[in-house]
Design a protein around this ligand. Structure first.
Ligand code: JET
Length: 228
């Protein structure tokens, strides 16, 4: 049964890029059922209004609950997970990507403006599964870029999706360490040589060298990963 991913956004054309590359092929092969929805299709006024001023005052606009409710009632299946990118969410890391890749349906709700009326989150958390997810501690203008990043991280983990699954094993963050340095031909480039161990044919020595490089690089760049 194909995995289904829905995206609800006021900028549907943003996701046209998902017709190409591996995701495009997975869709052609029927591995992935990806649908992009324009939130404005669930409005009924002439201006297709999706936002309004915030109760309690303050700058900016808030996304109205009615269009979201109408859209999500139609789109969410019984076992779907509603994923809402937000700076105030739990941090998205590879373990969450693996979890989400097991789900049959993911629905990404792309917020804009100052965000979505809280009652939308509260309602769907009461009747189903909702995950508020941050991709990092910075502010974007909307959930579209964050959704794209998560969709790429998740879909590449779907069985049969990637050509050569073994390339999934030795990934950064798959073993909790950063990736070792990688090289290809030529053996010397601009006077820079490939580490000789990699040309030695000694697979044990190569594996040991790579492990040491991963540890050293993680200690240097991401000591926080070593304290886990
Ligand atoms: C309840 O959730 C909402 O209302 C979401 O609303 C918004 C409003 C503006 C921007 C975003 C996009 O998320 C991020 O900026 C983000 C995610 N990760 N790091 C930065 C979402």
């Amino acid at each position: 049964s194909a995995h289904r991913i829905d995206i609800v956004t006021i900028f549907p054309s943003f996701f046209d890029v998902l017709d190409v590359s591996l995701i495009g092929k997975a869709r052609e092969k029927g591995l992935l059922d990806l649908r992009v929805h324009d939130l404005r299709d669930w409005t009924h006024d002439r201006h297709r209004t999706v936002d309004d001023t915030p109760y309690g005052g303050g700058a900016g606009m808030v996304m109205k609950p009615e269009p979201w409710g109408a859209a999500l009632d139609e789109i969410l299946g019984d076992d779907a997970v509603l994923v809402v990118p937000t700076p105030s969410g739990e941090v998205f890391r590879q373990p969450m990507a693996r979890e989400l890749a097991q789900e049959q349906q993911l629905v990404f709700a792309c917020g804009r403006y100052e965000g979505i009326d809280q009652r939308v989150i509260d309602h769907y958390a009461a009747v189903g599964r909702v995950r508020l997810v941050s991709i990092g501690d910075y502010v974007l203008n909307g959930g579209e870029v964050a959704s794209m990043a998560m969709i790429e991280a998740v879909t590449r983990l779907i069985p049969g999706f990637m050509g050569n699954p073994e390339s999934l094993v030795e990934e950064s963050h798959e073993d909790g360490l950063l990736e070792y340095p990688i090289y290809t031909k030529p053996a010397v480039w601009r006077g820079l040589e490939v580490p000789p161990v990699l040309l030695s044919g000694n697979h044990g020595a190569v594996a040991a060298w790579r492990r040491e490089q991963s540890i050293e690089r993680t200690r240097e760049r991401r000591p926080d990963l070593l304290s886990d």
